[in-house]
Ligand binder design. Structure first.
Ligand code: SF4
Length: 498
C-alpha cells in the first residue's frame, strides 16, 4: 500500500507511520492537509491511487472518509476521532503512534534524555516522587518502584547497562510492539534518559527484541541513531555512541527479565536466575543493570517531560497499555488511565461470541466474570488478576477447564526447568486437571499444588501459572464440577462420563 501511494505521488509527501494499535483499521491511510485529517481504513490499491490524486488536488477525501478530524496543523500527536476504538481511553504514550513519520522520528525527541543529562539527580528524585511502577513481566521492577533500582545502580561501581526488554513472544500482547514500532524515538529517549540517570554510556543501552521482529528492529535502529544524534548536538564533540539493537529468541521465557539477560549473554539454554541479587546489583555480565519494557520507558519519558500529568498521591500513577484480544474481530491496543475501569476495553473491539469471561494478564492471567476492575496494579493484584497489559474477552463457547488446561500444558512444556515447583508442579497440575475429565476433581490437591507453585517458584512463570488455575477454581467451580460429572456446560469439551 505504501509503495502504491509512493508510486502514484508526484507532489504530495507519502510518509510511513507505525500502527495506531487499532489493527482493525489497517492498513490505515491518513490524508492530512491544513489542520484536517481524514481516516481511510483498508483502501484498495485503486482507492489508494484515487486518494493520492485527490490529495494532490488539495482535498483529503472527506466525503467518504470514516472520520474527519480538525486539529492543530502542527500537532505531533494522532488527531483522535470523537468516536470509535481510537476514542477509547487516552493516548498519552500512544499519542505519536500512527502519526509520527518513522523515517524522521527522533529529530526532536531527545528531550527526556537531555533533561536527565542536565540534572540526573533531580530526574531520579522526580521519578521517585511520582512513584512510577514497572509495567510488564519484562520489567525487573514489575509493579514495583522503578526509581529504587535506578538509585541502586547509580550508587554501585561498575559500568551500568540499560536493557530495553521488547522481547515478547505472546502474540496476545501487542503493547510493546505497538509502542516500539509506532513511536520508537520516544522509547529510545526514555531509555537514554534512564542511561543518563544511572550513568550508563549510550552504547551500553541495549534494545532486545524478538528474532522474528525485523521491522521493529529496523525502526528501533533508526530511532536509536536519530535520538543519539539529537542528544549529541549539545556536546562539545557533537557525536556519541549509539544504543545497540539486538535479536533474542522467539520463546515466551526469553521475555522474562533474568532470562533476557541470559539470552543477551549468548546462553543457548535459558534459565531464570536466582534472586536476590536482582539485575540492579548483578545484571548483564555481572554489571549493574536496569531492565525495563518499552511501556515503562515511555512512561518514564512522560513523567520527566509532563510531570503534572502524574498524580504522586496515586499508588500507580500514569496510564497502562492494554491489548484487548480473545474472541474479538481484531485485537486492539488501547491506553487507559490508572484509576479508570477496565470495562472501557469493550468499546474498543467487536466481540464475536458474546462474553462469558475474561482472562486478565496475558498467558497466565487470572479469570474473571466481570470487567469491573480498576486499571491499577494494586486493584488488579487484589482481584487475583494479572497486570501484564492483556485483556482476553472469551465468548460463550469457551470452556474454563479447557482454557486453563491449555495454559498449564504450555507451562509444563515451556518452563525453563530450573526450579522444582515450576517444572514438576506444572506437570502434576496438568495431570490433576486431566483427571477432572475422568470424574476425579481433587479440589484440595489442586489448591495445595497451586499454593506451593505460587509461593515457591523461582520466577513469575510458575507463580502466574498457579494463579491462572486458582482463579478458574474460585470463579468457575460449578463448571469444573460439571466436567467431573461428565458435562461441559459450554459444549466445548468431549467428556467421558454421562
Ligand atoms: S517457574 Fe521455575 S521452572 Fe518455571 S520458568 Fe520460572 S524458574 Fe523456570
Amino acid at each position: 500500500m505504501l509503495q502504491t501511494a509512493r508510486t502514484a505521488a508526484e507532489t504530495v509527501d507519502v510518509l510511513e507511520v507505525g500502527s495506531t494499535g487499532v489493527r482493525a483499521l489497517e492498513p490505515l491511510v491518513l490524508v492530512t492537509n491544513d489542520g484536517r485529517t481524514a481516516y481511510h481504513p483498508r483502501p484498495s490499491s485503486e482507492r489508494m491511487r484515487t486518494l493520492v490524486e485527490r490529495s494532490e488536488a488539495g482535498t483529503i477525501g472527506a466525503d467518504d472518509a470514516m472520520w474527519v478530524v480538525e486539529h492543530d496543523a502542527d500537532t505531533e500527536r494522532l488527531p483522535i476521532p470523537s468516536d470509535g476504538p481510537l476514542a477509547v481511553g487516552t493516548r498519552r504514550v500512544l499519542g505519536r503512534c500512527g502519526w509520527t513519520d518513522i523515517e524522521a522520528d527522533g529529530t526532536a525527541s531527545a528531550d527526556a534524555a537531555q533533561h536527565a543529562r542536565d540534572d540526573p539527580e533531580a530526574a531520579l528524585e522526580r521519578l521517585a516522587e511520582i512513584g512510577l511502577l514497572g509495567r510488564g513481566r519484562g520489567d525487573a521492577s514489575q509493579d514495583a518502584s522503578i526509581a529504587e533500582d535506578m538509585a541502586v545502580v547509580r550508587e554501585l561501581s561498575g559500568d551500568p547497562v540499560v536493557v530495553v526488554n521488547a522481547n515478547e513472544s505472546d502474540r496476545r500482547n501487542e503493547t510493546d510492539r505497538t509502542l516500539l514500532g509506532g513511536s520508537p524515538a520516544a522509547v529510545l529517549d526514555g531509555a537514554l534518559a534512564v542511561a543518563e540517570i544511572v550513568g550508563a554510556d549510550p552504547s551500553d543501552t541495549v534494545v532486545y527484541t524478538n528474532d522474528g521482529d525485523d521491522l521493529t528492529r529496523h525502526r528501533a535502529r533508526r530511532a536509536a541513531a536519530a535520538v543519539t544524534d539529537a542528544l549529541a548536538e549539545g556536546t562539545s564533540t557533537g557525536d556519541a555512541d549509539t544504543p545497540q539493537v539486538v535479536a533474542g529468541p522467539d520463546e515466551y521465557i526469553a521475555g522474562e527479565f533474568t532470562m533476557a539477560l541470559e539470552a543477551l549473554e549468548g546462553n543457548d539454554r535459558l534459565e531464570a536466575r536466582l534472586r536476590p541479587p536482582g539485575p540492579a546489583r548483578h545484571g548483564l555480565y555481572g554489571r549493574p543493570t536496569i531492565v525495563q519494557t518499552p511501556r515503562t520507558l515511555a512512561q518514564i519519558r512522560a513523567a520527566l517531560l509532563e510531570p503534572d500529568a502524574f498524580d504522586a498521591a496515586d499508588a500507580d500513577p500514569g496510564t497502562r497499555l492494554v491489548t484487548v484480544t480473545g474472541d474479538v474481530e481484531t485485537p486492539t491496543t488501547v491506553e487507559l488511565p490508572t484509576g479508570s475501569s477496565l470495562a472501557a476495553v469493550r468499546n474498543a473491539v467487536d466481540a464475536t461470541d458474546g462474553f462469558k469471561m475474561a482472562c486478565i494478564g496475558g498467558q497466565f492471567g487470572g479469570f474473571t466474570r466481570s470487567l469491573d476492575h480498576t486499571v491499577n496494579a494494586l486493584a488488579l493484584q487484589n482481584a487475583d488478576l494479572g497486570t501484564e497489559g492483556v485483556v482476553e474477552l472469551l465468548g460463550r463457547g469457551r470452556c474454563v477447564l479447557a482454557t486453563t488446561g491449555e495454559r498449564v500444558r504450555f507451562a509444563s512444556e515451556e518452563n525453563c526447568g530450573r526450579c522444582f515447583p515450576g517444572r514438576e508442579g506444572s506437570k502434576q497440575l496438568l495431570g490433576l486437571l486431566r483427571e477432572i475429565y475422568d470424574g476425579n476433581y481433587e479440589d484440595d490437591m489442586i489448591r495445595e499444588l497451586t499454593r506451593v507453585m505460587g509461593t515457591s517458584s523461582l520466577c513469575d512463570f510458575g507463580e502466574s501459572a498457579a494463579r491462572n488455575v486458582e482463579t478458574a477454581l474460585d470463579r468457575f467451580e460449578t463448571e469444573l464440577e460439571a466436567h467431573a460429572a461428565g458435562r461441559c456446560p459450554s459444549g466445548a469439551c468431549e467428556v467421558s462420563q454421562s
